[in-house]
Design a protein around this ligand. Structure first.
Ligand SMILES: [Zn+2]
Length: 466
């Protein structure tokens, strides 16, 4: 079975291949830099990272554009409240976003583009839409008239034919139930920043920036447009209306949307006290790769329940793979090749591919890896794993890690809690009891890197901070 994705536009699972020269032209909606991004945002960005990595593993090249929304209502409101220029305010959160992405090992898209650096392009697009009768002006703002685009609603599969025309909206926050004409260009209110333009002073609406930057860099028709499911309506619906009204061509062939993230079974919200930025979670001492693993482990079209127990299980899962890799690299195996084991490795590799090809079914792909690790460990314990099987096993782990990217531990700069130290010492004691001295030494090294010194005494292990 070939690589295939569920396409929100057609509501079908369809085989995927890029349209031209084996290069996937992809646009994904980036952050609005008015605050630190939360773990719900990062679920979506981790999904996009897996998508990138699997497209590349499937032999395609990438041309991926992601926007940084660095002007919108909330940004202006917050910057004004702090008496800061908008650029200064957004620079801080743009930098924070880049750092967070790096911590979570998210690849940087080929082009990371800022809305405020494309204002003239947006003005030109709005002028063209006006020339072709898709807009109207009101109080210095320009609106897209959605009744001029009969296919409006085709992405969210909603029939808007009975809608009232000329009902407008100009805030960046939308009512999800109603289709409205939306602002392409907003006249400035008192004290707000604006750009001078032939269409009057103002600033762009949120939707037009994505259409304009996508078409500018990737052409009229993208292979993939992706984002969180909350963007389907109205954001992506509006992107389609503007873009197709501009070019007369289909805007994107595949639309992929990742589902919501819940926290401990509830919708994340500030009022429930379960609202977490990535930084909040990291400050509790969890390893970034465990957070990455948890966000990646649930297939993107399923709701993900984010729990702190879940991060701990993720860390355990990662340890299992790391320990297996360590065994492969450090144990002495009999000098032979076990044909059954070779076939088992090949089957695991195939199952891994099949899982990922199946609309990025990460749960299936991970199951293939962990069942294999269990079987291979059993074979090792029984002396049935041969030296001739090691290279293929390491290659399989390499394939797994080229997508999931969790094996390499993050160098921790933070303070290690006593309980964490004790738990690592307990792991080391267990490793020594099992005569796995390589693992025991590795744990000692890890602790030393954190400034923890171990002393083996008759009464057990003692430790101190450097
Ligand atoms: Zn967008």
């Amino acid at each position: 079975m070939p690589l295939r994705f569920y396409n929100t536009l057609t509501q079908q699972v369809e085989p995927f291949a890029p349209l031209a020269d084996n290069t996937v032209r992809m646009y994904t909606c980036g952050p609005t830099v008015y605050d630190y991004a939360h773990i719900g945002n990062f679920r979506s960005f981790v999904f996009v990272d897996l998508l990138r990595r699997w497209l590349r593993a499937s032999g395609h090249r990438l041309d991926h554009v992601m926007n940084i929304t660095d002007v919108d209502d909330k940004i202006i409101q917050n910057a004004v409240a702090l008496h800061q220029p908008v650029e200064e305010y957004t620079a801080k959160y743009t930098e924070a976003f880049r750092e967070d992405c790096q911590i979570l090992r998210l690849e940087t898209p080929e082009r990371l583009v800022k809305a405020t650096e494309h204002i003239p392009d947006m003005v030109q697009a709005i002028e063209r839409l006006s020339e072709t009768g898709h807009t109207y002006d009101s109080d210095g703002s320009v609106y897209f008239r959605i009744s001029t685009f009969p296919e409006y609603g085709k992405l969210s599969h909603t029939d808007f034919s009975g809608m009232r025309s000329s009902v407008r909206v100009d805030v960046d926050k939308y009512d999800k139930d109603n289709a409205r004409d939306f602002a392409l260009w907003k006249a400035p209110k008192e004290g707000e920043p604006f750009w001078p333009a032939p269409i009057g002073p103002g600033r762009p609406g949120w939707h037009i920036e994505c259409s304009v930057m996508a078409i500018k860099y990737l052409g009229s028709t993208l292979d993939i447009h992706a984002g969180g499911v909350d963007l389907v309506f109205p954001h992506h619906e509006n992107e389609i209306a503007q873009s197709e009204a501009l070019t007369g061509k289909p805007f994107a062939r595949f639309w992929l949307h990742s589902e919501f993230l819940m926290v401990e079974g509830q919708k994340m919200s500030k009022s429930l006290g379960n609202f977490y930025t990535l930084r909040d979670v990291l400050s509790r001492g969890y390893a970034p790769e465990a957070i990455r693993y948890l966000l990646a482990s649930v297939p993107y079209r399923k709701q993900l329940n984010f729990t702190f127990d879940g991060i701990k299980s993720a860390a355990t899962a990662i340890d299992r793979v790391r320990n297996f890799k360590l065994r492969l690299e450090s144990e002495k195996f009999p000098d032979c090749t076990n044909e059954n084991m070779a076939a088992r490795t090949e089957a695991a590799s195939r199952k891994f591919t099949e899982g990922m090809d199946d609309d990025l079914n990460t749960a299936e792909a991970l199951a293939a890896i962990f069942e294999y690790v269990r079987d291979a460990n059993t074979a090792m314990d029984a002396g049935e794993f041969c030296a001739g099987n090691a290279a293929a096993a390491l290659e399989l782990l390499g394939r797994f890690d080229s997508v999931f990217d969790v094996i390499q531990p993050t160098k921790q700069s933070g303070f290690m809690e006593d309980s964490e130290v004790e738990s690592m010492i307990a792991d080391r004691t267990k490793a020594k009891a099992a005569r796995n001295f390589a693992l025991a030494d590795q744990i000692r090294e890890q602790l030393l890197e954190q400034g923890i010194i171990l002393e083996d005494t008759k009464g057990g292990v003692r430790w101190k901070r450097k």
